[in-house]
Design a protein around this ligand. Structure first.
Ligand code: GLN
Length: 285
């Protein structure tokens, strides 16, 4: 009696297990996770359907199945996620990049002048500035995060995508990471951020996939979810070049409040931009 199972039978078994636990995309998730364990992408997995793996290997791979059943996302289990066409490493210190955030990158690429400089506050995995710099070889940037663990991941991602030479990483709290005041040349054409913007009480009500696995620091925007926007609106002016712009991601119901904060801080041309689902997603000023 051989203690073996085919690759095809294994992922189908995982698919059934994921479906039984109500995971919404059991087939894709099972293929991705079995493939991840064996070092294959989904296409390669299909080509190895008839290969045999030992039961003991199958059992050790099943750790990732358990993690998925407990609510962790496939991207987190695999340690990376695609954003703006690039693969980004993740860790427990970084928010999983979301497709909504690609709108910030689209708007920034459209607004950035030749040779422009961007600042990304609370960069996490670095997905925003790295996507911009990899599309614009003329541009440079600074990325900050309060969490040194996030900056390590951002540095790895910047290196992987060949932009580390043009991206400076700085640890600190919002503009505090920059320290001192900027000379003219050190200011930015664009200041960007996808800050934590969920109110503390609402964080508790989020799905397990978000609440238990995305870092709290990356989600919690204080009692009303607007604390980071107050800081950015108050301080961005001293770090922007003349005619520069701030672009921040927002929650779908925060456009009025955030637009008002920027208007009150003296910004002109305050605009709300909608995402592909038609929801308010970015405020620029
Ligand atoms: N800027 C990073 C992202 O968009 C991190 C954002 C955050 O942690 N709130 O994914």
């Amino acid at each position: 009696m051989s203690e073996e199972i085919t690759v095809g039978a294994l992922w189908r078994r995982w698919r059934d297990e994921l479906a039984r636990h109500g995971v919404p995309t059991p087939t894709l998730d099972a293929k991705l996770l079995v493939g991840h364990g064996l070092g294959y992408d989904v296409l390669q997995l299909m080509l190895h359907e008839r290969d045999l793996v030992s039961i003991s290997l199958a059992e050790s791979l099943a750790q990732t199945l358990k993690r998925r059943v407990s609510g962790e996302s496939v991207a987190r289990i695999m340690g990376q996620r695609e954003f703006y066409g690039l693969a980004f490493d993740l860790s427990a210190a970084t928010l999983e990049p979301r497709p909504d955030t690609e709108l910030v990158v689209d708007l920034a690429l459209a607004a950035l002048p030749d040779g422009g400089a961007v600042l990304d506050l609370g960069t996490g995995s670095g997905c925003i500035p790295i996507s911009i710099l990899s599309n614009r070889p003329d541009a440079q940037g600074v990325a900050t995060d309060i969490n040194p663990g996030a900056l390590e991941v951002a540095e790895r991602n910047a290196e992987r995508h060949g932009v580390l030479g043009r991206l400076t990483l700085k640890q600190g709290d919002w503009f505090g990471a920059l320290r001192g005041s900027a000379s003219e040349e050190e200011r930015f054409h664009l200041i960007l951020s996808n800050p934590p913007y969920i109110s503390s009480a609402v964080v508790e009500t989020l799905s397990a996939e978000v609440k238990d696995f995305d870092p709290r620091l990356a989600l919690d925007g204080g009692p009303d979810g607007l604390a980071p926007y107050r800081i950015i609106a108050a301080e961005a002016g001293s770090w922007l070049r003349p005619g520069g712009e701030v672009m921040v991601e927002i929650g779908y119901d925060q456009s009025e409040a955030v637009a008002a904060l920027f208007a009150a801080a003296g910004f002109a041309k305050v605009m709300v931009h909608k995402d592909l689902s038609g929801l308010d997603r970015v405020v620029s000023a």
